[in-house]
Design a protein around this ligand. Structure first.
Ligand code: FMN
Length: 441
């Protein structure tokens, strides 16, 4: 499919982070144990599809929380359930290049891609949590450069495995008895620094060629990985100039690799809290803030910043001296840079910081029109091709997006009113990949 003639269209993805982004989300939901229930995720998937969203996204960090729901289920389990009750919405599964083997990543994601009719994506993350290292037999986390070197090699192996089946490799001709065309199946022969992989994948090509590759990590190494290989990138930016800078960097680096800049879709995070009027939106935010304070968020914020939970105090500024000494170990450079920039620009205490963006993404409180104004400015100003939406509390926060924000964006001609294709690649305006890489990692 060629995308050249298409007008530029906004993309919207929803981050299905258990109960929602707000720490109070689980306390206001009909069922606080929904995060363990496939019916809960199916409802979210149906809602996302009713809103014509590009995809639902499951993060994964191998962690749990003692204070609220977390990503307990392996992402492929809820995503397969969503695939069964929807026909269009894309399905993004996070897999760690630091701890998961590329063959397993390639196979699981290709399986979801095939059974969903070409709707799957791999969100590649160079996991930063030291606790995760200990789950996988390491005493400590490899350093940032080492994790990204491994990520790059893992991505090359996964892409080669995905492309090991050419179109037409699966024949299944009952009359002649020909099941496959072996000349179109290309074994990978990879002897690298981190992985040795010999042989083809055992999952044939899906209707979108291969799964979409998403990258989430805003350090220079993460950005370089995205520019070279990714079809889309999740980013963190709090101001339009910062977003425009990141957008230009990724697109021009992609062009430097001989890629078309519109084949890397840039999706910053956005956390809207919506209301029919501005006062109603503020009331909803105040209500959620009142149900649960931010004490429970200190652990996650300190981890993101490479600190210990005891280093942060709600009514004090960030401990800038400790942050200087903490260096980069264990922190997400992309998230940390965005959070530190916001805190220093606006001189925020930890509590104010958490009220503004309880986990790193830019937050807006307002009516669908007000949020749409902002979305439009970022989209037309080339700070974003779309957004990775964080929902305050599922399911009603997503209902407010689907029934309020989406129609407003549709009225402005920014967002699709119907899906134009059935694959995630077609929703994102991505060309179907060839199989040039077949067998070569
Ligand atoms: C929207 C978004 C989602 C992310 N999801 C995950 C995730 O599910 N699991 C994870 O380990 N890291 C996730 N991260 C990325 C990590 O921060 C990143 O892979 C790694 O820690 C290094 O990040 P850096 O390049 O920013 O230093 C996500 C980042 C963004 C922006």
């Amino acid at each position: 499919m060629t995308t050249a003639a298409r007008p530029r269209r906004l993309h919207l993805n929803v981050n299905v982070n258990s109960s929602g982004r707000h720490p109070a989300s689980w306390r206001v939901q009909p069922d606080p144990l929904g995060f363990l229930d496939l019916g809960y995720f199916e409802e979210i998937g149906r809602l996302a599809e009713r809103g014509r969203l590009d995809a639902v996204f499951f993060s994964d960090g191998f962690d749990h929380s003692e204070t609220r729901p977390w990503q307990a289920l392996d992402p492929f389990v809820p995503l397969t359930a969503v695939a069964r009750v929807t026909e269009h919405v894309g399905l993004v599964a996070t897999q760690s290049s630091s701890f998961q083997h590329p063959y397993n990543i390639a196979r699981s994601t290709a399986s979801l891609d095939l059974v969903s009719g070409g709707r799957a994506a791999w969100n590649v993350v160079a996991t930063r949590a030291p606790e995760a290292a200990r789950l996988f037999g390491l005493d400590d986390l490899p350093d940032h450069d080492e994790r990204y070197a491994r990520a790059e090699e893992a991505v090359r192996v996964v892409l080669a495995l995905w492309e090991s089946w050419e179109p037409g490799a699966l024949v299944a001709d009952q009359a002649s008895g020909t099941f496959t065309d072996p000349a179109r199946i290309h074994p990978v022969a990879h002897d690298g620094t981190h992985f040795r992989v010999h042989g083809p994948l055992n999952v044939p090509r899906s209707p979108q060629g291969r799964p979409v590759l998403l990258q989430a990590g805003g350090s220079p190494q993460g950005t370089a990985l995205a520019a070279r290989y990714a079809d889309a990138v999740f980013s963190v930016s709090h101001t339009l100039p910062a977003a425009q800078g990141f957008y230009r960097t990724v697109k021009s680096a992609a062009a430097g690799h001989g890629r078309s800049p519109d084949q890397v879709v840039v999706l910053p995070g956005l956390f809207p809290v919506l209301g029919g009027t501005e006062a109603e939106a503020r009331e909803r935010k105040a209500w959620l803030d009142g149900v649960a304070g931010f004490e429970g968020e200190l652990e996650s914020l300190s981890g993101t910043l490479g600190l210990e939970p005891g280093d942060l105090h709600l009514d004090r500024p960030l401990p800038w001296d400790l942050l200087e000494r903490a260096g980069g170990r264990g922190r997400s450079l992309g998230f940390a840079a965005a959070i530190l920039d916001l805190a220093s620009r606006e001189d925020l205490t930890v509590r104010q910081l958490l009220e503004r963006n309880p986990n790193g993404h830019r937050s807006l409180v307002g009516t669908p029109e007000q949020v749409a104004d902002d979305v439009e400015a970022w989209f037309t100003g080339r700070g974003a091709d779309g957004f990775n939406l964080n929902v305050d509390a599922f399911p009603d926060g997503l209902t407010a997006i689907v029934d309020g924000l989406v129609p407003e964006l549709q009225r402005r001609g920014l967002f699709r009113t119907e899906y134009e294709g059935t694959t995630l690649r077609s929703h994102l305006g991505l060309e179907e990949p060839g199989h040039e890489r077949a067998g070569v990692a």
